[in-house]
Design a protein around this ligand. Structure first.
Ligand SMILES: [Zn+2]
Length: 332
């Protein structure tokens, strides 16, 4: 009991605990290993810097930013060049280390993928390119379906190029969405995700669990490409693929928490995974992008939330800083 000069006792009079608060988390550096920050606003990028971001991989590969469908190799090349063009200015403005991930997304069919694959080798020699991706087979496409064997060939070819340059590959492992409380009018789609509904094609991967099947196909493609499993980062890890990836592969699992409202993955999911499997192969990313309602503060918030959920400070630091720093080539 502490004596306070308050008129009558307050909570302060009764509280007598010496709490050891994790003040070091206020200044622990962190890396966002998968975002699309070059598509965000200046203010969003500034939010990363203000909340202690030390580095990020800006991924340039998404069909969301190629206007023509189907996509041509030259459209992908334009996305890569746009990211290269703006990267240094972003770094100079905000001081975090901005690296690039360049890849070929499979969410829309590409008419002439060999043309962009042929160019990829030279891009991967650039110092700022530290990752290939995001890529990986997807169960269904936007506007026009892409045959699974053709998708897989494009994924495997990128993995072989990554291996030649000793770069890791980011997979966009498909998420399974939590059950909706109520569905929206189909013609409007999901608010918060700027994508025209009704343009999704019939799936090219079927079965009970196409999202998990897609990851397994990607892991086999990595084997065929000669890319070691520990050079594969399964971004969008979730409860549907964690057990498989942890038990049967050496891949890294990166939990995407920048749009939890959409995919249901949050700090609690990450805390459960750390409890069960340890922090050695776990990372967190935001996937922040201008086409989605996303949160540049997501990793910083999650660091505090992981602590509240009982995760050790050393493990948090490992997941948000040490693992991405080493795996994504920030310490080279
Ligand atoms: Zn992404």
């Amino acid at each position: 009991m502490t004596d306070y000069p308050t008129a009558r006792p307050t909570d302060a009079t009764y509280l007598n605990e010496d709490l050891d608060l994790p003040t070091e988390l206020l200044n622990t550096p962190w890396i966002d290993g998968h975002n699309h920050a070059h598509t965000l606003s200046y203010e969003d990028r500034e939010r990363y810097a203000l909340s202690g971001c030390a580095g990020m991989v800006m991924v340039s590969s998404g069909y969301h930013w190629t206007p023509y469908k189907p996509v041509r190799a030259s459209d992908i090349r334009y996305l890569w060049d746009d990211a290269i063009n703006r990267r240094a200015a972003i770094e100079r403005n905000h001081f975090f280390e901005a690296k690039l991930g360049l890849g070929i997304h499979t969410g829309v069919r590409i008419e002439d993928p060999d043309a962009v694959l042929a160019a990829m080798d030279e891009y991967c020699e650039l110092d700022e390119v530290t990752v290939v991706g995001e890529t990986g087979v997807t169960p269904s496409q936007h506007v026009e379906a892409w045959d699974l064997d053709e998708q897989r060939a494009v994924v495997e070819a990128q993995m072989a190029i990554a291996d030649d340059h000793d770069l890791p590959v980011i997979l966009h492992t498909p998420n399974t969405s939590p059950p909706a409380k109520r569905s929206y009018r189909p013609e409007l789609g999901t608010p918060g995700y700027e994508k025209n509904p009704g343009l999704g094609t019939d799936p090219v991967i079927n079965g009970d669990n196409p999202a998990l099947e897609a990851v397994k196909i990607d892991v086999t493609a990595a084997h065929d490409a000669g890319l070691p499993e520990e050079r594969v980062i399964a971004s969008h890890a979730d409860e549907n693929n964690t057990a498989y990836l942890m038990a049967e592969t050496d891949c890294y699992l990166s939990y995407t928490i920048g749009h939890s409202w959409l995919v249901g993955v949050d700090a609690a999911t990450v805390a459960d995974a750390i409890d069960e499997y340890g922090p050695e192969r776990i990372m967190i990313d935001t996937d922040c992008a201008n086409v989605l309602r996303t949160d540049p503060y997501a990793i910083k918030r999650a660091m505090f939330e992981l602590y509240r959920y009982g995760i050790d400070i050393d493990d948090i630091r490992r997941v948000v800083w040490e693992n991405p720093r080493r795996v994504l080539g920030f310490d080279e």
